[in-house]
Design a protein around this ligand. Structure first.
Ligand code: HEC
Length: 164
């Protein structure tokens, strides 16, 4: 009985020694790498799209832009087809006439304004919505930091793409 056990243990440890590398491999966390991969890959893809934008937006940081957009998320979504919230859905905003998101009830100043959203207009709007277009209903103080605006606008450019 005891002999059998010993043999069994020996057999086990014989198999057991190759067991060490697998557990080392586990320690290298293939599991957590797999879990992190989708987000990381998407960020990398988006960062590559940003690199193809016109200057200065090609210098922007996607992750930083995403963090700035957290301030907008309280009122805006950017996913295609998602409903308007307090503010209009921003999907496809570039190249869109101001005040024309379907189904959104804009203030009079926005309805009366007449331009197409591009990076330059957005940069001014985001710097200070109230001085840019007095009387509009976007209750947001603005993003004063130029780098934050650059990162945010680049983020919007790649996330608001109609074909995405
Ligand atoms: C407190 C809510 C709120 C926050 C926060 C907010 N917005 Fe708005 N936003 C609005 C509202 C409301 C409107 C419509 C304004 C109007 O009709 O006068 C609007 C309008 C806009 C428009 C014009 C859209 C169009 O269809 O012409 C853009 C662009 C925009 N917001 C971008 C942003 C970005 C980017 C941020 C974050 C930096 C942000 N907003 C933060 C509420 C908000």
């Amino acid at each position: 009985m005891r002999a059998l056990l010993v043999i069994g243990l020996l057999t086990l440890s014989a198999c057991g020694s190759p067991e060490a590398p697998p557990s080392t491999t586990t320690a290298e966390t293939p599991a957590s790498t797999t879990a992190a991969a989708p987000a990381t890959t998407e960020t990398a893809d988006r960062q590559e799209e940003i690199a193809e934008l016109a200057a200065p937006y090609n210098q922007a940081n996607y992750e930083a832009g995403r963090r700035v957009f957290a301030q907008c998320r309280a009122c805006h979504v950017i996913e295609a087809g998602a409903p308007n919230r307090v503010g209009p859905n921003l999907h496809g905003v570039f190249g869109r006439e101001i005040g024309t998101a379907p189904g959104f009830n804009y203030s009079q100043p926005v309805q009366d304004a007449n331009f197409v959203w591009d990076a330059e207009h957005l940069d001014h709007w985001l710097q200070n919505p109230q001085t840019f277009l007095p009387g509009n209903r976007m209750a947001f103080a603005g993003v004063r930091d130029e780098t934050q605006r650059r990162d945010l606008i680049a983020y919007l450019m790649v996330e608001a793409e109609p074909e995405d």
